[in-house]
Design a protein around this ligand. Sequence first.
Ligand code: URC
Length: 323
Amino acid sequence: MSYSNETDTELESTDQRTMNYGKEKVAVYRTYANPLEGVRTIPESSFDGRDNILFGLEVRVQFEGEEFLPSFSEADNSKVVATDSMKNFVLHQAGEYEGATAEGFLHFVGTEFLKTYPHVEAVKMSAKEYPFDQRMVPGDDGFEPSDLVFRVSDDESAFGEVFLERKEDDSRIKEQTSGITGIELVKVKGNSFTGYVQDEYTTLPEREDRALYISLDIFWTYSDPEDALGEEPQRYVPAEQVRDIAQVVFHEVDSNSIQDLIYQIGLRVLERYSQLESVSFEANNRTWIEVREDLEGDAKVLREPPRPTGYQQFSMDRSDLEE
Ligand SMILES: O=c1[nH]c(=O)c2[nH]c(=O)[nH]c2[nH]1
C-alpha cells in the first residue's frame, strides 16, 4: 500500500511540474502576404481591412511534452528539437501561410509543429506585431498611402496567442487570446477623479477635471476560438478596431476614473462583437501633474508624473452587458 501511495504522490507532483522550453523574440517579416478583406466595420472605426504588403511579428514558441523530461533530468537530448531549429521552422512557415492574420499564422505554425514532431504534446505560439505605417505620398487625387514605403512605427501593436494541444491524430485549440498592447492616450479635459477614500493618508486633491494620460493593453477571447483565425473575416475582430473603440469611448465619456473608463470601453467592445466571450484590461496611470492652474479658461501647464505609477487590471464577460 505504501508503494502505491508513493506512486500517487509522485504522479501528482509530476502533473504539477512546470516543464517547457522554446524560442522567443523570433523576428519574422513577410512581404505581400494575403490581404485581410471582408471584415465587418463598426461605427467607431474606419478600419475595413489590411493590405498585408508588409507584415512583421515577434514570435514566441513554447513546446510541452513528457518526453522532454530526460533532457532536463538525464542530459538526454535525443528528443530535443533545438530552439534554433524552431526559429528556422517559424521563418520557413512564414512563406507557406496563406491566411491574413497573426492568429491564423500562429495556429498554422503550431499545427505544423505538432504534425512534424509527434512527441510534442502541446505548443503555445504567441506574437506581437511590429507596427508599420504606410507613408502618405502625392498621388493623382491628392495624398495617398504609399504601397512601397512604410514607417517603422512605435505605435500600439496587435497581440495573439494560440495554445494548441494534440488530440488523437489532430490538434485542438486549448486557449486563445488576442489583444492590442501599448495604447497611449491623453485626454486634455473631461475627466474627473473624486469621491475616493479620504483619511490621514490622503494628500491627492480631488479633481473635477484633469488631463488624463493612460497606457492600455486590451485582450479578448472568442466564444469559438476558431473565429480568431480570420478564415471567416466577418467573425474576426481586428485589433485596429478595438484600438479605435478605446479612443472613441475615451473621447465620448466623461469618466470619473480609469476604472470607470475601461469598464465603458469593455462594454462597447462586447456590444460590438457578439462573437467575443471576454475582454480584459491592463491600464496604467501616467497622468501629468498640474504646475499652473492660474491660466485663463481650460489652459494648464503640466509636468511628467513622478514614480510610482498606479495601475488597474480588469476582466469582463458578456454577463456585464446585462447589468
Ligand atoms: O483613475 C484613477 N484611479 C485611481 O484609482 C487613482 N488613484 C490615484 O491616485 N489616481 C487615480 N486615478
